[in-house]
Design a protein around this ligand. Structure first.
Ligand code: SF4
Length: 62
């Protein structure tokens, strides 16, 4: 699984970082970033939960 955060859509709520801190961090600029794009199997359900929980639908998985 690959994950990306759309910088143009993200509003920095931090829901993703709260739900899956192993993958999402809030940068100094105040927006989310995925610290790894290639998600290991063990974290995939948490990443999907974060993507579904993002109020802006800024997280893309494939
Ligand atoms: S929950 Fe969505 S909008 Fe909020 S910081 Fe994470 S990616 Fe950005």
């Amino acid at each position: 699984m690959n994950v990306t955060v759309d910088d143009d859509i993200c509003r920095g709520h931090g829901v993703c970082a709260a739900l899956c801190p192993s993958v999402f961090v809030i940068t100094d600029g105040g927006y989310a970033e995925a610290i790894t794009a290639d998600i290991p199997e063990a974290l995939q359900s948490a990443v999907i939960e974060a993507a579904e929980g993002c109020p802006e639908h800024a997280i893309r998985t494939e």
